[in-house]
Design a protein. Structure first.
Length: 161
């Protein structure tokens, strides 16, 4: 990263890179969770979740893209092996046990809630101290809040039907 760009950051960059690498790992696991969910879903509501999950998978991957760019700007090294995803984020990915829409929605809601907490922590850590990361993460958090809201509404519909 440029000299001035680094100079203005008032947080421990190593700690921040660690937090961002955890987020990066979460995003890849979320991408896969949505992507595989869209493929394996069964039940009457399959069509509606297939399109929604496929879209979310793309959006999570776009988040991974933003995060990796910021890690590199900060002079850090992004996670280099998928083997490390589960070590860094042991509880993010939930192996689907049942392929029905209700279970898949519940799993992904739990994933979104974990992401919301992690991004809130990064915002608390960078507020007033690293504006570039703060603004980027704020945008991602808005997407995750939107994802959680959509999935909860879909679950409500499934439960009511
Ligand atoms: Fe995401
Ligand atoms: Fe999300």
């Amino acid at each position: 990263m440029g000299t001035k760009g680094r100079e203005i950051i008032k947080v421990d960059i190593e700690k921040l890179v660690k937090m961002l690498n955890k987020a990066l790992s979460d995003e890849w696991l979320a991408t896969y969770q949505y992507w595989i969910g869209a493929k394996i879903a069964v039940g009457n509501e399959r069509a509606s979740i297939t399109s929604e999950f496929s879209l979310h998978a793309k959006e999570e991957q776009a988040h991974a893209d933003l995060i990796v760019e910021r890690i590199i700007q900060l002079g850090g090294t992004p996670i280099l092996s998928p083997h490390d995803w589960k070590t860094i984020s042991p509880i993010t990915y939930r192996r689907p046990k049942f392929f029905n829409v209700k279970e898949l929605l519940k799993q992904n809601i739990a994933g979104e809630q974990g992401a919301i907490e992690d991004y809130q922590n990064i915002l608390d850590y960078t507020a007033g101290k690293d504006h570039a990361t703060y603004i980027m993460v704020g945008g991602i958090l808005q997407d995750e809040i939107h994802h959680e809201d959509e999935l909860e509404a879909m679950l409500e519909d499934v439960l009511a039907s």
